[in-house]
Design a protein around this ligand. Sequence first.
Ligand SMILES: [Zn+2]
Length: 349
Amino acid sequence: MQFAQVTGNGHLKALLAQMVDNNRLPHAILLTEDDAWGAMPLAIALAQYVNCENPSGGDSCGVCDSCHKYGKLIHPDLHFVFPVAATKGLTESEKKAGIISDYFLDSFRQMVLRKPYFDEQDLYDAIEIENKSGSICVAEAKRLTEKLSLRAFEGKYKTVIIYLPEKMNQDTANKLLKLIEEPPAGTLFIMVSHAPERIISTIRSRCQLIRLQPLTRKEKEAAGIAARVKPEYRELLIQLLNAGIAKSVIDTFPVWEALADMVRERQKEWCLYAESYIRKIYMTASGLEGIADLDGEEADTVRAFAARIKPSFYETAYKALEGAMASVDSNVNPKLTFCNLCNILLLSM
Ligand SMILES: [Zn+2]
């Protein structure tokens, strides 16, 4: 992946390329984001850039042998570490020795190539650990130490991309700290974190911290990134619509309180989700269910709302949600914003 293929965060791409060009690249970089804002594509693009045989204009060439291998994520000097858990496919001895990313590497590569802006749940779905939460165990740090003790096979740098370092336990973190404190020559660590405050401070302090910016709606559309619908988004909206149908003001309290407690990005994401869901109800009510893009489970719920909501609701709801997003951007008190939003939606149903 070239920098040019990474959506958004243009200033960071330029900054990273400049660090490489001026020989000022730190050996450990911690990219932070709240969600899939593009830190993984950026990490891969940086790793590809440092090993490209013909970089120019602040980007890798995309066609040399090294870029070709990075493009497929199969360069022998590119190492991935990510949280994993036990699966049925692993043998007892593998489980006993400690479950490491290498066991899942093929599935991981395929997922990243298919969906570079993946999130934590996409990862767990891809490596089929189902509803378990992954972690990075000490066997992983040991394996990495072995790999890095070898000379770089082909590239100038050995690059290690660690996804969600906050999933390391204390033993893993201590062992990894040794590697980061005294890295084998020509090693570049790039970490992608969604919760840097949960990484032990001794590791954090040895990394250059770089914070990504969230993608704008346009950038997301351009990159074909559909936000994952978080189950709580749906629950809150359904709760609110039910409160509206029952005309029960008191039932809206937990909804607007939960919305007011979210971080701003999540608040806007929820509003966008609500808009798209209400659009589905509108289309269904208008006899256009065929193009409303309903999935199996939600179809019945959408139809039930479509049968009970007044036609005038849709336009009011859309305006109120746009207004709420504008209020979030202008730092209006979130309780006021979402209490107000819930009241307008309730009254217009
Ligand atoms: Zn190249």
